[in-house]
Unconditional design. Structure first.
Length: 160
C-alpha cells in the first residue's frame, strides 16, 4: 500500500505517493530526477549516496523515502545557485582538480558541507578523517584534501 509523502528537496516542495520500501536514494533519482545522488554499494559504506536530511549528512541508500516525510532534503543539485555560481566547495574541487570520474564527488561534497559548517578551518588530518566515510577509487585523496582546504578558505571569505 503506497504512502503519500510531502518532502522539501533543495527548497522545493514535493508530494508523491510512494511504496514504503522505496529507498530515499531511489526516490530522489527516479521520482524527482535528481541523479546527482549516486548509488554505489547500496550498503551505506561508500558514501556516494550522501545527502543532507534536516542538515545532517545521511546515506540515502539506507533510508526509505517515507522517512523523509515532512523533512528537508538537500542534494548536490542544490549546492550551487547556478552553473556560473558554484558553491565554494565545488569551486575548490574544480580549481584543485579534486575529482576524476566524479562518481564519488556528490557524496563527498554533501558530507563536507555540514563538516565545514562545524569546523570552518579544519586541519589536513581532520579533513582526512571526515573523508574516511567516502570511498574514491580514482584518486589518492591528496587533491581532494587540497580542494577541501581551498573550499574552506573560500567559504570563510564569502562569509566575511
Amino acid at each position: 500500500m503506497d504512502h503519500t509523502i510531502s518532502v522539501t528537496v533543495n527548497g522545493r516542495s514535493y508530494e508523491r505517493s510512494v511504496e514504503p520500501r522505496l529507498l530515499l536514494s531511489d526516490f530522489l533519482r527516479h521520482e524527482l530526477g535528481l541523479t546527482g545522488t549516486h548509488v554505489g554499494c547500496e550498503h551505506g559504506v561508500c558514501g556516494a549516496c550522501t545527502v543532507l536530511l534536516d542538515g545532517v549528512a545521511v546515506r540515502s541508500c539506507l533510508l526509505f523515502g517515507v522517512q523523509a516525510d515532512g523533512r528537508d532534503v538537500a542534494t548536490v543539485e542544490g549546492l550551487a545557485d547556478g552553473p556560473q555560481a558554484l558553491h565554494p566547495l565545488q569551486h575548490g574541487f574544480w580549481e584543485k582538480h579534486g575529482l576524476q570520474c566524479g562518481f564519488c564527488t556528490p557524496g563527498i561534497l554533501m558530507s563536507l558541507v555540514p563538516f565545514l559548517e562545524e569546523n570552518p578551518d579544519p586541519t589536513e588530518e581532520e579533513i582526512r578523517e571526515q573523508l574516511s566515510g567516502n570511498i574514491c577509487r580514482c584518486t589518492g585523496y591528496q587533491k581532494i584534501v587540497e580542494a577541501v582546504q581551498l573550499g574552506a578558505r573560500l567559504i570563510q571569505e564569502k562569509s566575511a
